[in-house]
Design a protein around this ligand. Structure first.
Ligand SMILES: Nc1nc2c(ncn2[C@@H]2O[C@H](COP(=O)(O)OP(=O)(O)OP(=O)(O)O)[C@@H](O)[C@H]2O)c(=O)[nH]1
Ligand SMILES: [Mg+2]
Length: 331
């Protein structure tokens, strides 16, 4: 059976193998993605981001357990977890820790857990995450939880990929209003203050609430913003004890309903695919362009730049001439 067919048939080993192919951007991986693409677009993609140690993995673990238990719907929701570790490689301690915390879920055939190392992700994390998520979507997982540490670009990429983004904060880490990054709040559809058993929860909540008002002026006062019609709820959890998880799961599902009712599900899907396509085009054209230059020629151009003999625009003129495509140098 072809890998894509085996994945559609629900074979977990084939799925794990294909994810490796897709992460490594092999020709087999690409062929399988082509075949699987018509089966994608159904899963609810949920990003979970936040500073290191705020309890993202614990929350993901609890959410997955809850979605599996809330099997009032038949058949029960299938849940995939993608844990992205931007700081350490596969063998790193953090991932080992994640594995241990996620042990409650292992053995459940309705759950699939995949760890990804951002280092070594060929073609960048955004591309490989999007591809991995597509495979899981095609494999029939209804909810895909994507955990990433809130560190610069990666959480913005995840927000772009996900339908719903949960930002996790914890007392002590972000008490100081300066320490909470406004940028992260702008991507939050749901805000969670985890470790609510720790002192300082009220301070963290207060800081977040005022940041929210700054980030979304008007929204917080009217309860409904003109732009999105969704006010990010601010929820407390104690993930390690499984407290407050129902409210988070309910918010995730309410956000899905909101997106679908307002036609934004489709908008987000188009925006996501557009972004993915443009990243691909950029990478491919860049690689093609790079191939037209010899190392020596490139090095000499860089030297000319450094010595201020040529300006970046002059070099652009020069290098785009070499592939005979003048339009590339024009905007
Ligand atoms: N007191 C308390 N501890 C918690 C809570 N949730 C998680 N923890 C603990 O906090 C530590 C970090 O939890 P993780 O779930 O690994 O946090 P994380 O955000 O995934 O961490 P990284 O992936 O390393 O950034 C662990 O020791 C958890 O047991 C909570 O609600 N209260
Ligand atoms: Mg984690």
């Amino acid at each position: 059976m072809r890998p894509a067919q085996a994945v559609l048939a629900g074979e977990r080993l084939a799925l794990a193998r294909l994810l490796t192919q897709v992460e490594n951007d092999t020709p087999e991986g690409r062929a399988a993605l082509d075949e699987l693409f018509p089966h994608t677009g159904r899963a609810h993609l949920v990003g979970i981001t936040g500073s290191p140690g705020t309890g993202k993995s614990s929350l993901v673990n609890q959410l997955a357990l809850l979605f599996r238990r809330t099997a009032g719907e038949t058949p029960a929701l299938k849940v995939a977890i993608v844990a992205i570790d931007p700081s350490s490689p596969f063998s790193g301690g953090a991932l080992l820790g994640d594995r241990v915390r996620m042990r409650d879920l292992s053995g459940d055939p309705g759950v699939f857990i995949r760890s990804m190392a951002s280092r070594g992700a060929l073609g960048g994390l955004a591309r490989s995450t999007a591809a991995v998520v597509q495979v899981l979507d095609a494999a029939g997982f209804n909810i895909i939880l994507i955990e990433t540490v809130g560190a610069g670009q990666s959480e913005v990429d995840i927000a772009r990929l996900a339908h719903t983004t949960i930002v996790v904060e914890a007392p002590g880490l972000g008490d100081d209003i300066q320490a909470i990054k406004a940028g992260i709040l702008e991507i939050a559809d749901i805000l969670v203050v985890n470790k609510a058993d720790r002192p300082g929860v009220e301070n963290t909540e207060r800081a977040l609430r005022s940041m929210l008002e700054l980030a979304n002026p008007g929204r917080a006062s009217t309860g409904e913003g003109p732009a999105e019609g969704w006010t990010p709820p601010l929820l407390r959890t104690i993930a390690s004890a499984g407290e407050g998880i129902e409210a988070v799961a309910a918010a995730v599902q309410a956000h899905e309903q909101h997106l679908k009712a307002a036609g934004r599900w489709r908008e987000r899907d188009i925006a996501r695919l557009q972004n993915e396509l443009e990243v691909l085009v950029r990478e491919t054209l860049f690689a093609r362009w790079k191939n037209t230059l010899s190392e020596e020629h490139y090095a000499s151009l860089l030297a000319n730049l450094h010595e201020r003999k040529l300006s970046p625009y002059q070099v652009l003129e020069e290098v785009t001439k070499s592939i005979g495509n003048k339009s590339m140098s024009e905007e």
